[in-house]
Design a protein around this ligand. Structure first.
Ligand code: IPM
Ligand code: MN
Length: 354
């Protein structure tokens, strides 16, 4: 089969890590007889520099016409300290999510047996932890109107908005996801304070009846943040609104020992996007030191979306083998300190040979 993959490297370490995922996908293609047609497109600060906007129409068209999007990272420090910047690279990512209708972000968190000692938590707390954060991605305070400043510039405001339809579609996905796993769903909200959270709870309680096989519990987000660190093994599928999900998934990622390991899939109305959960790590850009594993594992999730399950498994096995062999970048082991491209080559070779 031939697959069209819109490839958006973005900023910072984005291009380097995406290169490694491409290498690995090419190795899979050779082995299993698929061809992947990588169509490159601009996004983020790289796109602002070239065409003045972070998610140009040309990029959107390439994404819409593709079978999947492989995304690197977005963000450039030159914008971070300029609160008055008119366009920001992050608007590219948010624009893409909105225009592709990517209402669900799926962030699996599983510990890697050979890295158990890298976790900041005690071994017995993390061994076997395996859960998924399902984050709503196109609503809430990230997009709600009104937002902005009063005319005198002395007050600023953002609005958290959710409709029943938006809540239902993300919860449906989460209930079904839990159904394919261990049948436990934790709905995270702040229903003791927020009206939007109370609506989430109301909708979820109504939907529970349609999924009698799923055990549902409700947790306030502050409590969830604590329980996640204390008892990560307690969770199976966790579903929550956009900003809570942003925060909890970063928190969850350190349980595995490095932010550089975790992939994600964003799915919704149009083409799905696969990207590492980490950012553009500008301090490392161009140095060939960043960990490519999260992006390589995102490529595995991409293959799963094509139902190429053996191929996806092969990538995961290759990554596990590289971790077992301690063939890793400096974030995992200062002594090993392999480069980004060395790790990419190693994983691609393993795929070819096994
Ligand atoms: C993420 C990132 C983005 C977000 C930023 C870069 C806009 O942190 O994908 O988690 O907040 O959603
Ligand atoms: Mn984030």
């Amino acid at each position: 089969m031939q697959y069209k993959i819109a490839t958006l490297p973005g900023d910072g370490i984005g291009p380097e890590i995406v290169d490694q995922a491409i290498k690995v996908l090419k190795a899979i293609g050779e082995k299993y007889g698929h061809s992947f047609d990588f169509q490159f497109a601009l996004t983020g600060a790289a796109a602002i520099d070239k065409v003045g906007e972070p998610y140009p129409d040309a990029t959107h068209e390439i994404c819409m016409a593709a079978d999947a999007v492989l995304f690197g990272a977005i963000g450039d420090p030159k914008y971070d300290n300029d609160p008055k910047a008119k366009v920001r690279p992050e608007q590219g990512l948010l624009g893409m999510r909105k225009k592709l209708g990517l209402y669900a972000n799926i962030r699996p968190v599983a510990t890697f047996p050979s890295l158990i000692d890298k976790s900041p938590l005690k071994n017995d707390r993390v061994e076997g932890a395996d859960f998924v954060v399902v984050r709503e991605l196109t609503g809430g305070i990230y997009f709600g109107q009104p937002r902005g400043r009063t005319e005198d510039q002395k007050t600023a405001f953002d609005t958290c908005v959710y409709s029943v339809d938006e809540i239902e579609r993300i919860l449906k996905l989460a209930f079904e996801y839990a159904g394919k796993r261990n049948k436990r769903l934790t709905v995270v909200d702040k229903a003791n304070v927020l009206a939007s959270s109370r609506l989430w709870r109301e909708v979820s309680q109504r939907m529970e009846k349609d999924y009698p096989e799923i055990t549902v519990d409700y947790m306030f987000v502050d409590n969830a943040a604590m329980q996640l660190i204390q008892w990560p093994k307690k969770f199976d599928v966790m579903v929550t609104e956009n900003m809570f999900g942003d925060i909890l998934s970063d928190e969850a990622s350190v349980i595995t020992g490095s932010l550089g390991l975790l992939p994600s899939a964003s799915v919704g109305l149009h083409t799905s996007v696969f990207e590492p959960i980490h950012g553009s790590y500008p301090q490392a850009a161009g140095k060939n030191i960043a960990n490519p594993v999260a992006t390589i594992l995102s490529a595995a999730m991409l293959l799963e979306s094509f139902n190429l399950l053996d191929e996806a498994r092969k990538i995961k096995d290759a990554v596990n083998a590289s971790l077992d062999a301690n063939f890793v970048t400096e974030d995992i082991s200062k002594e090993a300190s392999k480069s980004t491209s060395e790790v990419g080559d190693w994983v691609a070779d393993w795929v070819k040979k096994n």
